[in-house]
Design a protein around this ligand. Structure first.
Ligand SMILES: Cc1cc2nc3c(=O)[nH]c(=O)nc-3n(C[C@H](O)[C@H](O)[C@H](O)COP(=O)(O)OP(=O)(O)OC[C@H]3O[C@@H](n4cnc5c(N)ncnc54)[C@H](O)[C@@H]3O)c2cc1C
Length: 501
């Protein structure tokens, strides 16, 4: 019997879980990604992955905490599905070799994260995402998943409302490629990179997959809900994980006084810090009282990051911090089987809105979400009809589009515009919003869109043209920024991460 051919775009945690599961179910699987499989937001995750697997916790508590944090904007059935699947997800990760930290009785250790009523986050020191991603990649190679790297998704092949594959820009040669499939899973990550230096995410986390899907007829859901993480290093926005507060760290103001419940929901802690900053104060994360041995054992990465990016050893001194954009709760709309509005197009991970985070994600629930829903996406992708792989389509329009981006007469430098977009998103579509600020932001974005014709790629080289890739990412950022602002304007009252002054 002919195998189902599945294309997965994105090689973060979601993409790799979907790839392993689909391959194990008998599909022929190709993973396409912009960079290398071991380079994504997933490898930056530090704090942990949630599952109620100790006697002080229960699945019911996990569900309750998640729903409470989501403030009525999650679907209780989806939350229940995710929390009930969590113990099995951890068991699977453990089985394939993720080196989770263990306690003295050799059971998987768990730590407290914000908004949780029990220690629930399983971790691998503070390298959780890195260890998970590397283990998943090893497993992909073991089961024979095919990888085609340095392929940037630029379009979907949609015929009669059915997704038949994808069109990519081969970054190595600037040429166009087409990949055909019976089903496609988008796992391209979130959009917090469009906050630029005001984000914990890499600058290329520009929601490309979401932009491409929306332009092809998929729907968005909850784009206005952007989570700001309370504790990024002040001068670099490098994340100091919630595990630092979970292990007992304090938040201090300029007078070295605690001013908020460190483990309250993220939106509340972020606002408390933001208010201090608006009053002209500096805010610090202090773990000095935990002692060097404890820090080296439980928070080694936080110590390294602080020394490297802030030149402060947190064993001796509190770390200066600020809240920055961290996680996109919104994304591509899908049903409870991860199916989008386009037939045979499924979504998993941060690019999707699986309705489990609502207005405010709990720390540790994102890694969990991607394991649970990537598994569901793989199972459903295999149910797509396996006949009729289409023959090559005419790419003239895509080619003309790419050619039009080269503009040696460009008078406006898009890197300057990108910086303006990033700072506008932080100041106007940030932690505290208002109708006036959002309307102003929309105007700035619309004016910027009108200037696009005067921008373009100056470098005509076809080999590894990073300027071309970054211009495409900028165009996606601009498109999505407008969508986010419009969604925010529609939601007039405050709700979790969307706070209206
Ligand atoms: C610093 C940091 C710490 C975090 N800590 C935690 C934590 O402790 N616990 C937790 O639960 N969550 C945490 N998170 C959130 C969590 O890591 C992410 O939500 C999750 O890893 C997203 O996984 P993903 O597979 O959906 O996307 P990603 O890991 O971002 O992967 C996206 C993939 O898509 C590819 N891609 C993107 N665009 C294109 C394109 N146009 N064409 C082709 N490929 C493309 C990328 O190259 C990449 O391979 C953290 C996030 C950050 C940034």
């Amino acid at each position: 019997m002919q195998n189902s051919k599945i294309i997965i775009v994105g090689a973060g945690g979601a993409g790799l879980v979907a790839a392993i599961k689909a391959k194990e179910l008998g599909a022929s699987v190709t993973v396409l990604c912009k960079q290398r499989p071991t380079n994504s937001q997933t490898c930056m995750a530090q704090g942990g992955i949630n599952a109620a697997i100790n006697s002080a916790d229960s699945v019911e508590l996990h569900i309750q905490d998640t729903l409470k944090s989501a403030l009525g904007k999650a679907d209780s059935k989806m939350v229940e599905l995710m929390c009930r699947a969590a113990p099995e997800a951890i068991e699977w990760l453990d089985k394939i070799g993720v080196p989770f930290s263990r306690d003295s009785s050799n059971t998987i250790a768990q730590r407290m994260l914000g908004g949780a009523s029990a220690a629930r986050a399983c971790y691998a020191q503070d390298y959780t995402g890195l260890k998970i991603l590397h283990t998943l990649y090893d497993q992909c190679l073991r089961v024979g998943v095919e990888f085609v790297c340095e392929q940037m998704l630029i379009d979907l092949i949609v015929e009669d409302g059915i997704c038949r594959g994808v069109v990519t820009l081969d970054i190595r040669t600037s040429s166009l490629q087409q990949f055909h499939s019976n089903a496609t899973i988008l796992a391209t990550g979130g959009y917090c990179g469009l906050y630029g230096e005001y984000s914990t995410n890499a600058s290329n986390t520009t929601g490309d997959g979401i932009a491409v899907a929306l332009r092809s007829g998929a729907m968005s859901d909850g784009l206005e809900f952007v989570q700001f993480h309370p504790t990024a290093l002040k001068n670099s926005s490098v994340l100091i994980s919630e595990s630092a507060r979970g292990e007992g760290g304090y938040l201090l103001d300029s007078n070295m006084k605690r001013f908020t419940d460190e483990l309250d929901a993220r939106d509340k802690v972020a606002r408390a810090i933001y208010d201090k900053m608006i009053d002209g104060e500096d805010v610090y994360l202090d773990i000095t009282h935990l002692g060097e041995d404890f820090i080296d054992k439980h928070l080694p990465q936080e110590r390294k990051l602080s020394k490297l990016y802030e030149n402060i050893d947190p064993v001796d001194k509190p770390m200066p911090i600020r809240p920055v954009a961290h996680y996109s709760m919104g994304g591509i709309q899908c049903d409870n089987q991860t199916q989008t509005a386009i037939t045979a197009l499924f979504v998993a991970g941060e690019c999707a809105n699986h309705k489990v985070h609502g207005a405010n994600r709990l720390g540790g629930n994102s890694l969990l979400e991607l394991v649970v829903f990537a598994t569901i996406a793989a199972e459903n992708a295999l149910k797509a009809p396996i006949s009729q792989i289409t023959s090559d389509i005419d790419l003239t329009n895509n080619k003309e589009f790419i050619d039009s981006l080269f503009n040696e007469n460009a008078t406006i430098n898009f890197y300057h515009e990108r910086r303006l977009l990033n700072s506008t998103m932080y100041s106007h579509v940030g932690i505290k919003r208002s109708k006036t600020k959002l309307t102003e932001a929309l105007k700035i974005v619309e004016q910027m869109s009108q200037r696009v014709e005067q921008m373009g790629v100056l470098d005509t080289n076809k080999t590894y043209n990073t300027e071309l890739v970054e211009f495409l990412e900028f165009l996606n950022s601009l498109y999505l920024s407008r969508q986010i602002i419009q969604a925010a304007l529609k939601r007039e009252s405050s709700c979790g991460a969307h706070y209206m002054e």
